[in-house]
Design a protein. Structure first.
Length: 319
């Protein structure tokens, strides 16, 4: 693994993995009724509506070499944003790129099956449910396409760019917009409800269908919990930090975890004459760096008990 810039989204993934070791949990609590998709499917951001990132699937290395080998690769001729997580459903891989093209790729062969041209950059992960793939676009629209043909089923226009990954739960598509609203759309493209915050909704929501709850953050630095069925506010609580951009809450048992960005210098610019290149393992290098320069730790984690939201337990950690 080479030394490279770590994005906020990649740090969040590692932080969530670390929290699994911290929090009391079981496989059932992290992969409960909110999860969608089975077998080899990974149908939305971090696998499911709770963003558990959990699957029972395993990767089997090639027996002779004991390593994973390249099966296929596809060139897009355009940047794939770091916040774009390819999803897999029904034997297809779905990914959008910054020139507005959205691709469906055969997961076995790597063949491009169809391409749809949206009206703006596609920077965040899509979601698949019941034969439809949904994604948000920086032209402010939510798109719903037929998974087999790529034909447009419908689109819905919000009041601002969409830099949020949708989730689909209980026949409802949930996504945040820069206009400050969290949108809940019916799967036929009609508005179910929307909830207004005091800032851009630059996070991707999480949901717990069994308890009728949706969790998300806003650039007003509040964590929100609203009802899945009608969008009424259940609670909100103020968090530390200056932004929640490109983050997502994670549900685990009776806890919801929010990630926020600290003020100050970004962590991945080691201007203090830190040795470069460093031949050691990158994890060891970064741990040493943050031990020496703790002010560069970039993120806050807020662990919130869903029944006591006004008393979040803050953990400051960086990778």
């Amino acid at each position: 693994m080479s030394w490279k810039l770590w994005t906020t989204s990649s740090r969040i993934l590692v932080l969530v993995i670390l929290l699994i070791a911290i929090l009391p949990w079981s496989a059932d609590s992290w992969a409960g009724p909110v999860c969608q998709g089975a077998g080899s499917d990974w149908p939305m951001l971090m696998h499911d509506a709770a963003h558990t990132g959990y699957t029972t699937d395993t990767l089997i290395p090639d027996p002779p070499s004991g390593q994973l080998n390249l099966k296929w690769k596809v060139g897009f001729g355009e940047r794939v944003e770091t916040t774009m997580q390819p999803i897999v459903a029904g034997g297809m891989v779905y990914v959008g790129v910054m020139n507005g093209k959205f691709y469906a790729i055969n997961a076995d062969s790597g063949q491009i099956e169809w391409v749809y041209q949206a009206g703006g950059a596609i920077s965040h992960t899509a979601a698949v449910a019941d034969g439809t793939v949904y994604f948000g676009c920086e032209d402010g629209r939510v798109y719903a396409l037929n998974v087999q043909t790529g034909a447009l089923r419908w689109s819905y226009t919000t009041g601002g760019p969409l830099l949020s990954s949708p989730i689909v739960v209980a026949q409802t598509v949930l996504i945040g917009s820069f206009d400050g609203y969290l949108y809940a759309l019916n799967t036929d493209g009609t508005l179910k409800w929307r909830y207004q915050t005091g800032g851009r909704v630059w996070t991707s929501p999480a949901a717990d269908e069994a308890n009728n709850r949706v969790y998300f953050g806003s650039e007003d630095m509040y964590a929100y919990c609203v009802a899945l069925d009608d969008g009424h506010l259940i609670w909100r609580t103020r968090l530390q930090g200056i932004s929640m951009r490109n983050t997502y809450p994670v549900l685990g048992g009776d806890t919801v975890i929010f990630t926020t960005i600290k003020p100050g210098v970004e962590s991945y610019a080691p201007w203090e004459a830190w040795p470069f290149p460093d031949p050691r393992d990158p994890v060891e290098v970064w741990n040493d760096f943050y031990t020496t320069f703790p002010e560069r730790r970039p993120l806050f984690l807020s662990l919130i008990h869903i029944s006591e939201p006004t008393r979040p337990l803050y953990i400051s950690y960086a990778v």
